[in-house]
Design a protein. Structure first.
Length: 133
């Protein structure tokens, strides 16, 4: 259960409806998902988060599928069930297969395991790995 009410479009103030409209238009959706409905309880956070997400997930050096897969890996690592489902769906919409998602999660899991070992052993960084300024 959400800690705040989910704000439905028809109950939202005009400033929230404007953001909801942009989300639906940008993502080609018929409705906004629950994440945005929850953020609508604080319109400045809703707008700031949406604008940042559009910028980060928009056109860039990385392919949109790569961005969704990275988002999925971080969401899995952070144990965000909602985000795992949301970004799995988005990745699949962009062409991700079961094999791709399985391999991605295996890599994320392996990275978490080896990161923990490096941190536990306090392994010094090899000079050859360091990037010169």
């Amino acid at each position: 259960m959400a800690t705040v009410p989910l704000i439905e479009y028809e109950d939202a103030p005009a400033e929230v409806q404007a953001v909801f409209d942009d989300i639906m238009k940008t993502r080609n959706l018929k409705r906004v998902n629950n994440f945005w409905k929850a953020l609508a309880n604080h319109p400045p956070t809703l707008e700031r988060t949406w604008e940042s997400l559009k910028e980060v997930m928009g056109e860039g050096a990385l392919d949109p599928l790569v961005k969704e897969l990275v988002y999925l890996a971080v969401s899995a690592t952070n144990a965000c069930e909602y985000c795992v489902h949301s970004h799995t769906a988005a990745a699949r919409k962009l062409g991700a297969t079961d094999a791709m998602i399985g391999e991605l999660l295996a890599v994320a899991g392996m990275a978490n395991q080896t990161n923990a070992l490096v941190n536990g052993y306090q392994v010094p960084v090899d000079e050859g790995f360091k990037v010169a300024p």
